[in-house]
Design a protein around this ligand. Structure first.
Ligand code: G3P
Ligand code: CA
Length: 258
């Protein structure tokens, strides 16, 4: 079970506080999105624009890391509002999260953690997103996973080209091809570029009840996002699934009886 953008129902998505909460709640793994800043840093932000999740405006890709570090990425979220008389939330709730800081936190967790890193496209920096990601994972010793490594990274994208780049740059790193709809070219038996994990959205799973069994029968693993509602959890558990990606790790674990 993977916490989508951290424990992002309860706390502002992609903040260190949201990820630490998910780990404390017992999530097996974490999911994050990455984008490149103007000066080439990988930062954990979902949207192209800053407007929804920060007090900034405009494109993430047009700002330097130093500029993004000045923004507040937490106060928009109800989980960040201090109760009467309480101290305001600390910077782990409001500061931009770099991929580097997230990797440090995961390596410091002192227990096995899976990390799903999604590269966001289209990006004005194109292939540089994957190049810089693999370079960083190499620096952390995470680009060539060994079975007993406590931290295991998997790279995901909706972009087949991004998945192909990861396969070329780091052939032993697992990859997930994310699917919002079923592209006509996709053959369920064999995902492209040696990818063995499909990542359909829950809407697609609901619309195509045969999708999960077909993908799995062909030897693929399937990770479904974003499974927040009890009936959706029941649906994917009944169909059979290898990974559940949720905004609500504590509730999901409780329902799984863990
Ligand atoms: O985990 C995959 C999921 O995160 C893909 O959709 O829009 O939440 O990045 P999105
Ligand atoms: Ca994502």
């Amino acid at each position: 079970m993977f916490a989508h953008r951290g424990a992002s129902y309860d706390l502002p998505e992609h903040t260190l506080a949201a990820y630490l909460r998910a780990l404390a709640e017992g999530a097996d793994g974490l999911e994050c999105d990455v984008r490149l800043t103007r000066d080439g840093h990988l930062v954990c932000v979902h949207d192209r624009r800053l407007d929804r999740t920060s007090n900034g405006r405009g494109l993430v890709s047009a700002r330097t890391l130093a500029e993004l570090e000045m923004l507040d990425f937490g106060s928009w979220h109800p989980g960040c509002a201090p109760a009467d008389g309480d101290e305001p939330p600390d910077e782990s709730h409001t500061r931009l999260l770099t991929l580097e800081r997230l990797l440090d936190a995961v390596l410091d967790a002192g227990r096995p953690v899976r990390l799903l890193v999604e590269t966001k496209h289209p990006s004005r920096y194109g292939a540089d997103v994957e190049r810089r990601l693999v370079r960083m994972l190499r620096r952390y010793g995470l680009a060539e996973p060994r079975p007993d490594d406590p931290v295991q990274v998997t790279v995901m994208s909706f972009s087949p080209l991004a998945v192909r780049r990861i396969r070329e740059l780091a052939p032993t790193l697992p990859t997930v091809l994310l699917l919002e709809v079923l592209p006509r070219w996709l053959r369920l038996g064999r995902l492209p570029f040696g990818t063995r994990i499909a990542g359909p959205g829950i809407g697609l799973v609901r619309a195509r009840p045969q999708l999960l069994p077909a993908l799995r029968a062909a030897g693929n693993e399937v990770y479904v996002w974003t499974v927040n509602e009890p009936e959706d959890l029941d649906l994917v558990l009944t169909a059979g699934v290898d990974g559940i990606i949720t905004d609500r790790p504590a509730q999901t674990l409780a329902r799984l009886g863990r």
